[in-house]
Write a protein that binds this ligand. Structure first.
Ligand code: C2E
Ligand code: CA
Ligand code: CA
Length: 559
């Protein structure tokens, strides 16, 4: 081995010690030997030029011998040993070696910078790709979270809405579609009993079972909690969707669902079904209608119910009316009609019942069945009740000043009874109207006279107004409460007095009289009824036989 070869061998060891060099060792050795030859040739060359050093430096980097330590080891090794191995003038050789090493350093560093720039770019690129992938993944996860139910993993309500929207916009005008809303019976109880994890399993199992009935043209979604939805496109009628509902029920009925720990469970579902042409509708209406149908099925204790278009329209109508009530109250469109109350013994008018009416701007007069329940649902009943009470009291005061002391009987909604300001309001209203307090009677239904309202009723009585139980005999009143409450009058429900064979009026009348309570029979329409009730000792009566609810002027004419 020549001395140059020995030096090459040392160089290889130093390079290897500096860091990992990819590829077989023999290839590195051969490459370094070539570079060593180039180096020696450059130093001996005449005329001398250091520039080949640059190429050698670059070459090292290209061979992936690019650690800074490689450069350091190379410079140290050659500066120390190479000058002595060459023939000729030692000083001259030393200078030439240092000059070549200097240019080798330049080549090495330049090449390294180029490599690292491209390495940096490369890193940057892969980083970007990685980040893009990560973004995609995050986005996918986000989409999943937004469009899928976390418990079942099925598409959720937002997805369903999207799907319906696509179905509706894609459909031709003649296309029909169906939505079958399925609700797990008693799910809240099951979920509580099972615990959340098993509750999730249950939902997944139900989803899986429903998936088995879903065909290609069906779309299954989980609206959260107990509710799943199946969409069918291209239907021909309700029957088709009902059949799907039955298939879904049957799939769940077929065998128990297997949850964890060998826990098996049978569940049943109730269905609400909509089937209609898709044109001219919107996803929200579909979902709302299916909910309405589901509600109907639940209240009527049926397996399924179909949206009843009449009912849906009536609901819509009711909502529209509810929205117009506050403005109507503001415009003073509500007023009482007065129905006379008669003493059966001599047929004299002893009072009137104030019954709410609504005259809309077109002149139509609506009965209380059109608005009282809505006013109760929207909370407007308190303001409406105050307005009617004030009007009735003012009218009563007018009659009083004309010398007619009529009992003014006004209906109170249970919601008014729960209003803490009721007693104060009543006192205030009656006082302002000028009506003597004892001429005001408040009617409450027997179901409203529950124990927690007894205190309010007593305070009203203490105020000096009289109290009547309305529609007596239609609810489940406890007769016991009659004796405990400061009641002046019981109004026998029209249903009770409609049957002359009924023994109930006789007993109620006797009981009330024993308790010092007066009895009024409602809904008297015939003279025979009047005679019968009079013979039972009933004190007062009210009904179409005597007079319908009417204007104050008509009442005055009767007096
Ligand atoms: P209600 O308190 O039992 O009022 C008696 C209802 O029976 C009145 O109907 C009256 O017109 C009707 N009626 C009277 N005599 C006869 C009869 O001989 N035959 C028949 N078939 N019906 C008769 P209206 O005015 O439609 O009132 C219905 C219900 O609306 C009332 O039943 C009452 O529960 C409620 N209501 C009426 N006005 C008010 C009010 O100002 N406030 C509240 N909270 N509810 C009211
Ligand atoms: Ca009444
Ligand atoms: Ca009544």
């Amino acid at each position: 081995m020549t001395e140059l070869d020995a030096l090459t061998e040392q160089w290889l060891r130093d390079v290897m010690a500096a860091g990992f060099v990819p590829g077989p060792r023999a290839r590195s050795r051969a490459a370094l030997r070539d570079l060593m030859q180039e180096m020696a040739a450059a130093i001996r060359a005449e005329p001398f030029s250091p520039t080949p050093g640059t190429g050698i430096g670059r070459e090292l980097v290209d061979l992936r011998m690019q650690k800074p330590q490689v450069l350091g080891a190379t410079v140290r090794l050659f500066a120390d040993r190479l000058p002595d191995l060459l023939d000729g003038d030692a000083d001259e050789n030393r200078t030439r070696v240092l000059l070549v090493l200097e240019s080798l350093t330049t080549g090495f560093v330049t090449a390294l910078r180029e490599v690292s720039v491209s390495a940096a770019e490369e890193m940057n690129r892969t980083e970007k790709l990685h980040w893009k992938g990560r973004q995609r993944e995050l986005f996918d996860r986000y989409r999943r979270a937004v469009l899928h139910d976390p418990r079942s993993g099925l598409p959720n309500r937002a997805s369903l809405r999207d799907h319906l929207h696509t179905t509706i916009t894609a459909a031709g005008c003649r296309d029909r579609a169906g939505l079958c809303l399925l609700s797990i019976d008693r799910f809240a109880d099951l979920d509580d009993a099972l615990g959340h994890d098993r509750g999730d399993r249950l939902l997944q199992a139900v989803g899986g079972r429903l998936q088995t009935v879903a065909e290609d043209r069906h779309y299954l979604a989980h609206l959260g909690e107990d509710q799943f939805a199946l969409v069918v496109t291209g239907t021909t009628g309700t029957e088709q969707v009902l059949k799907l509902a039955d298939r879904a029920r049957a799939a769940l009925d077929a065998r128990p669902l297997l949850l964890v720990d060998d826990l098996q469970l049978m569940v049943t579902v109730t269905a609400g079904v909509v089937e209609a042409p898709v044109a001219g509708t919107d996803p929200e209406t579909w979902i709302r209608d299916a909910h309405l149908a589901l509600g109907t099925a639940r209240t009527e204790r049926r397996d399924h119910a179909v949206v009843d278009p009449d009912r849906a329209r009536a609901d819509l109508h009711r909502h529209r009316i509810a929205a117009t009530l506050p403005a109507a109250l503001e415009r003073g469109e509500f007023f009482p009609a007065y129905q006379p109350l008669y003493r059966l013994a001599d047929r004299t008018v002893t009072g009137v019942e104030a019954l709410a009416r609504w005259r809309t701007p077109d002149g139509t007069v609506h009965g209380p069945d059109q608005f009282i329940a809505l006013a109760e649902q929207t909370g407007l009943i308190k303001a409406l009740g105050r307005s009617l009470l004030a009007q009735a009291c003012r009218q009563g005061a007018t009659w009083h000043h004309q010398g007619h002391d009529l009992l003014i009987s006004v209906n109170l909604s249970p919601l008014q009874l729960d209003d803490p300001s009721l007693v104060g309001d009543v006192a205030d209203i009656v006082h302002r109207s000028g009506l003597p307090l004892h001429l005001l009677q408040l009617e409450i239904t027997e179901s409203a006279a529950v124990v927690d309202r007894h205190d309010t009723l007593r305070r009203l009585h203490d105020l000096g107004v009289t109290l009547a139980i309305d529609d007596f005999g239609t609810g489940w009143s406890s007769l016991g409460s009659l004796s405990r409450l400061p009641i002046s009058t019981v109004k026998l429900a029209a249903e009770l007095v409609a049957d002359p064979a009924s023994p109930i009026p006789r007993h109620v009348i006797r009981l009330c009289h024993d308790l010092g309570i007066t009895v009024l029979a409602e809904g008297i329409e015939s003279a025979a009824q009047e005679r019968w009730l009079h013979s039972l000792g009933c004190d007062n009566g009210q009904g179409y036989l005597f007079g319908r609810p009417t204007s104050p002027r008509d009442v005055t004419a009767l007096l």
